[in-house]
Design a protein around this ligand. Structure first.
Ligand SMILES: Cc1ncc(COP(=O)(O)O)c(C=O)c1O
Length: 440
């Protein structure tokens, strides 16, 4: 394909964009339970205006754009305060949870190079339920990963972790909450373990960082997970998830500036000048930074509490509806709006397929097989429809138990059966390569 010879006028280009999305996920109708976090129309409109105001500016240079420097440092300071930190905390805005996690792992590696010369090949302890961004970071940075098994409540087994600490361990990780089951790891025990061994402890609060603190204020029993826990040295928290900012905004926050130094990168011998950059990317879109700041200003604590209350009430109604259907069971004790459920008397993947046919997109989990829910404000109005479709589909899945399956149910079944996991990874990469090939 070549770039078109002649340009197209703006209205027609916009029309082409709108037409292209015809078969995209219908998230506005509340039928998708991941990927999009949307507060309301007025808020979204402000984010777009703030983003466009700083559309061309580049956060790579805080000297050229002191306004972006102000926004970034203020967003990080507000996030640190929300996460129980003090004025010694500092951090960076990144493009998303994955980049924040990459930075946490890079910091741990660099910190060990400077402070732990005895470490030969740094490794991190990561709960099995932690986000794949940790494996991706370890893969990019050539850091070893040891997997902490989960206890029967789906939280990281801190006793097992204690046995796994070795001379090369530089960081222990916990999630608040972890994506799959929505449970918060035993952060106090994991952080104590890190402290006892003189190493770092990172809490991945990409999902919960901008939600759990408000839920706690609303009286929800939220386990300790933030800087008030001794030994926690860094936290990732996504503003583009439950912070309701524009996409491309996450925070990595450190307990002290000393640690953040290990994240920064400088190259001073380039003919192009002295290059110093805080995060993974070079150019940093000013729009995402400005929109994150505008988002916090607009919602304020009041707005966040209002949204958190709506999310919690909707989550309770959904949990109640699911638990009241015979054969369905919620996994563990998820305190917030992220949770998973399994089917005890039938194929839960078939249930997922049947729901999909009715327009509901639920992420699939494995080991154990389950379906995933992540509640946002758009789900407030769909609880009753969801509950009745789920009850009917559960009955159908039970009746069709044992029949050959198709669609994602077949894919998950096939992938689970492959013993050699590197072969499974090759298949997944083939699938993505096919998908990302230009279609005629
Ligand atoms: C717990 C957790 N950490 C990290 C991430 C990665 O975030 P992102 O997709 O913004 O890179 C996610 C994404 O869902 C997550 O749920």
């Amino acid at each position: 394909m070549k770039i078109p010879e002649k340009g197209t006028n703006p209205d027609d280009v916009m029309e082409m964009l709108k037409r292209a999305r015809a078969s995209d996920a219908a998230w506005r109708r509340g039928r998708t339970f991941s990927l999009v976090y949307w507060a309301d129309e007025e808020h979204t409109d402000l984010l777009k205006r703030a983003y466009c105001e700083y559309f061309s500016e580049n956060g790579l240079s805080p000297l050229a754009f002191p306004s972006l420097r102000k926004f970034e440092t203020e967003v990080i300071a507000m996030a640190a305060d929300l996460l129980g930190g003090d004025s010694n905390c500092c951090g960076s805005l990144t493009s998303g949870g994955t980049e924040s996690i990459l930075m946490a792992v890079k910091t741990a590696r660099q910190w060990a190079r400077k402070n732990r010369p005895d470490v030969e090949k740094p490794e991190i302890l990561v709960p099995r339920s932690a986000h794949p961004a940790f494996y991706k970071a370890a893969h990019y940075l050539d850091v070893g990963v040891r997997l902490i098994p989960l206890a029967s409540d789906f939280r990281a087994d801190a006793n097992a972790a204690r046995e796994m600490i070795g001379p090369n361990t530089v960081m222990v990780v916990g999630s608040a909450p972890a994506f799959p089951h929505g449970v918060v790891d035993p952060i106090e025990s994991l952080a104590k373990l890190a402290q006892d061994n003189g190493i770092l402890c990172h809490v991945d609060a990409c999902l919960g960082g901008f939600l759990l603190p408000w839920l706690r204020q609303l009286g929800v029993d939220v386990p300790p997970f933030d800087f008030t826990v001794p030994g926690v040295t860094s936290i990732s928290a996504d503003i583009h998830k439950y912070g309701f900012a524009a996409k491309g905004a996450s925070c990595i926050v450190y307990r002290s500036a000393h640690l953040r130094r290990s994240q920064y990168y400088a190259w001073c011998d380039w003919p192009g000048g002295i290059y110093v950059s805080p995060t993974m990317t070079g150019t940093r879109p000013g729009g995402a930074i400005a929109a994150a700041w505008a988002c916090l200003q607009h919602l304020g604590r009041e707005g966040y509490l209002r949204i958190a209350e709506k999310i919690m009430k909707t989550s309770e109604r959904l949990k109640q509806a699911i638990s009241s259907i015979p054969g369905l069971r919620i996994l563990g004790q998820p305190p917030a709006s992220v949770f998973a459920f399994t089917m005890e008397d039938g194929d839960v993947y078939l249930l997922g397929e049947l729901m999909q046919q009715r327009g509901w997109h639920l992420d699939r989990l494995q080991d154990p097989a389950a379906l995933h829910i992540m509640v946002t404000p758009v789900h407030e109005g769909v609880v009753d429809d969801f509950a009745s479709d789920l009850a009917e589909c559960t009955a159908e899945a039970r009746a069709r138990s044992g029949e050959p399956v198709s669609g994602m149910a077949a894919v998950y079944g096939m992938m689970a059966a492959i013993e050699d996991r590197s072969q499974a990874e090759e298949i997944a990469i083939d699938f993505l390569s096919q998908l990302m090939t230009l279609q005629g």
